[in-house]
Write a protein that binds this ligand. Structure first.
Ligand code: C5P
Length: 396
């Protein structure tokens, strides 16, 4: 529940992407937000108010002259009580009217009367987006402090391809969560490793660790939402990078080591979440090993560099954070690892508590002692870890 108690007015304007706003209401509600939908007349030609009423659990505002309203100022009060007005999709027409400060329909009036921030997710045909008039309006809105989300590029409902697609509902949700996250790491450069590494035996086989990458990606997302500039060095995982995070894809521990060393000079904080293979294959075969070649092929292993320990030993080392996934004796092993790698903070978890799933249980170990966190989704734990790091680095 990352938006518990937040009051959000969701404005929906006329565009085919209005159907995606229905999913957005559901996602915002699932995170605990209190959502009031206001639609323009145009939007009601694409999706009915009934859909939004059912999903938000509240009557939808459409008409500023609605005589059923006990108090004609109710809409304005509502916009005043909101923590945020989000308009998705925002049509070119809505953006033009907002840039001009018009109040010619209910949503425009709420936007003009607001005393909270405004986030808008444009959606329109690529030529409408590229039109100098629209670009002028975008520039004016940005100058007025409006935050613009997207638009994305890709195939459009009209069949054309280009910039103007509304961001996906999950991406807009992420941006809203980021908006409400305190900027504890504003401007900090954070370098993170995540996922497993893959150590080739031959062109089709290899040795790897079981690691979904979920925890590392959650940490990257939380750091980005806390205002950090995040570079994520990622082993092979099955999902895309969190929004606003720079990702470098790697496969082996040596690749990961090289990518980290190339980036580390500008990092203020390094968080090693990756499950790096301790060993790689020394006698890697150039061609696929054949079963009928006679005998069981011997695999020789050599040790991989310890990326975290090496970063921590640098002269101008960033603040280093490690992870320790253990199957037993968590405290003893994690503390030993912290001392051996000479790092100020390590996050330990028992493998049986968190592997591959969405939830985890973390215990933080630092100079001050042991800080167990309540079992929670990885996204929540990641945010708590970032808060802990911000506390420790803030004191330096
Ligand atoms: O030594 P161990 O693998 O248990 O330590 C785990 C921590 O060290 C994690 O933070 C992991 O990302 C990091 N590590 C590393 N390079 C290695 C092995 C582990 O950065 N070769």
């Amino acid at each position: 529940m990352e938006l518990q108690g937040k009051r959000i007015v969701l404005g929906v304007t006329g565009g085919i992407a209005a159907y995606k706003a229905a999913e957005l209401v559901r996602l915002l509600g699932k995170q605990g937000a209190d959502v009031q939908v206001a639609m323009t007349e145009g939007a009601t030609h694409f999706v009915t108010t009934t859909t939004f009423q059912a999903l938000s659990g509240k009557p939808v505002f459409t008409d500023q002259w609605d005589a059923r309203m006990a108090n004609a100022m109710a809409h304005i009060d509502l916009s005043r009580q909101a923590d945020l007005i989000l308009v998705a999709p925002a049509s070119a027409d809505f953006m033009a009217r907002t840039a001009q400060g018009l109040a010619d329909d209910l949503l425009a009036t709420m936007v003009l009367a607001r005393n909270c921030p405004l986030l808008i997710a444009p959606a329109m045909n690529r030529q409408m987006w590229e039109n100098p008039a629209t670009q002028r309006n975008v520039a004016q809105l940005v100058a007025d402090g409006v935050q613009i989300l997207g638009p994305a590029s890709g195939e459009q409902a009209c069949g054309e391809v280009g910039a103007g697609r509304m961001l996906e509902p999950a991406e807009i949700l992420d941006a809203v969560i980021a908006f409400f996250t305190p900027k504890l790491l504003a401007g900090k450069q954070v370098l993170i490793t995540a996922g497993p590494t893959f150590e080739a035996i031959d062109p089709v086989r290899g040795i790897t660790n079981l690691s979904s990458g979920r925890m590392g990606y959650a940490v990257a997302r939380a750091a980005q939402q806390a205002g950090a500039l995040v570079t994520l060095v990622s082993g092979p995982v099955g999902f895309s990078a969190p929004q606003g995070v720079d990702r470098i894809n790697v496969r082996s521990a040596l690749d990961m080591h090289a990518a980290v060393m190339a980036q580390v000079a500008r990092a203020d904080i390094f968080i090693g979440v990756a499950a790096v293979a301790d060993y790689r294959v020394a006698n890697r075969a150039a061609h696929k090993l054949k079963k009928d070649a006679g005998g069981i092929p011997p695999i020789e292993l050599i040790e991989n560099p310890d990326i975290l320990a090496e970063v921590a030993a640098l002269e101008n080392a960033p603040f280093c954070v490690g992870f320790a996934a253990e199957s037993q004796n968590l405290e003893a092993y994690a503390q030993a690892k912290r001392r051996r790698k000479k790092i100020p903070l390590i996050a330990g978890n028992l493998i049986q508590d968190g592997f591959g799933g969405d939830d985890n249980r973390l215990v933080l170990f630092d100079d001050a002692g042991v800080h167990p966190l309540n079992p929670a989704p990885k996204s929540v734990l990641a945010r708590q870890l970032i808060e802990h790091i911000a506390n420790l680095t803030g004191k330096n």
